[in-house]
Design a protein around this ligand. Structure first.
Ligand SMILES: Nc1ncnc2c1ncn2[C@@H]1O[C@H](COP(=O)(O)OP(=O)(O)O)[C@@H](O)[C@H]1O
Ligand SMILES: [Mg+2]
Length: 258
């Protein structure tokens, strides 16, 4: 049996009259790519926001690497070992690609962000090593040649890959990707799939939100399907795909947007 990385149970979250999440739970084992799918508005991003300390849940319990953790503050979550990307890209637009990744890395360094701001001696000593590691990560996600470019000048697809590099810089136990393929064209999606596969092969554990079912089916070891905040299916891709509730949720969603 593989080691459990993340165990979440009983997560509920209400916004006024809207029950965005009802009693959602997932268990992710080390080395898995775990998919969280569902139509728009199903509650996927809300689940990520709860998991990473942006929203306070009404209920829920959380374990990371076998230890309970409270996702109460974003920096505590990063320290505990969860890194994420955002559906709406959040980069430092005027900083270079390299600097964006270096910021991610400072979560893990002794002098930390305070040292970075005040440029302490300890910070300077670490900086060269951090820059070298950041460059490695940019190369790894395939955008090494843009290290010196301002983040805002990169293409949409490259900005998404930069976010992944920044998340990897914290050396996370779990990396959570919120619709990394959104806005990408078909060939960019193929490259992204290969990158996610590579990240897994390199020993990381991944939680992947995607609403494009086709994209995740070949990639995910297991999936949870959300619809209107409820977990309507859980299992392997093959199991989930033939679940009538899932088919209905997706057909219903297509019908609504058509
Ligand atoms: N901060 C918020 N305040 C009020 N409603 C919200 C908030 N965030 C999300 N919601 C609502 O919760 C539901 C789930 O949204 P979301 O988690 O973004 O869905 P998904 O990521 O699956 O598309 C939607 O109806 C959305 O409008
Ligand atoms: Mg979303």
């Amino acid at each position: 049996m593989s080691e459990t990385i993340l165990k979440v149970s009983g997560v509920s979250k209400r916004f006024g009259g809207l029950q965005a999440l009802s009693d959602v739970g997932i268990t992710i084992l080390k080395g898995q790519v775990y998919g969280l799918i569902g139509p728009n508005g199903a509650g996927k991003t809300t689940f990520f926001n709860v998991l990473t300390g942006l929203y306070t849940p009404d209920s829920g319990s959380f374990e990371l690497g076998g230890k309970p953790y409270q996702p109460t503050a974003v920096h505590e979550v990063a320290k505990a070992g969860i890194a994420r990307t955002f559906q709406n890209i959040r980069l430092f637009a005027e900083m270079t690609a390299l600097e964006n990744v270096m910021v991610g890395r400072h979560v893990r360094t002794r002098s930390g962000l305070i040292g970075a701001v005040f440029r302490t001696a300890g910070f300077k000593a670490e900086e060269a090593a951090i820059a070298a590691r950041a460059q490695e990560l940019l190369d790894y996600v395939g955008i090494g040649r843009f290290a010196g470019y301002k983040a805002r000048t990169l293409s949409y697809g490259d900005q998404r890959r930069l976010e992944i590099a920044r998340a990897l810089a914290t050396d996370p136990k779990l990396i959570a990707l919120d619709e990394p393929a959104a806005g990408m064209n078909a060939s960019e999606k193929i490259v992204l799939r290969e990158l996610i596969d590579q990240i897994r092969k390199d020993g990381r554990t991944i939680l992947l939100i995607e609403h494009d079912v086709k994209l995740v089916m070949g990639l995910c070891d297991r999936l949870t399907v959300l619809d209107y905040g409820k977990q309507i299916a859980e299992g392997t891709a093959a199991e989930v795909q033939k679940n009538p509730k899932v088919i209905e949720a997706y057909l219903g969603a297509e019908h609504k947007t058509a």
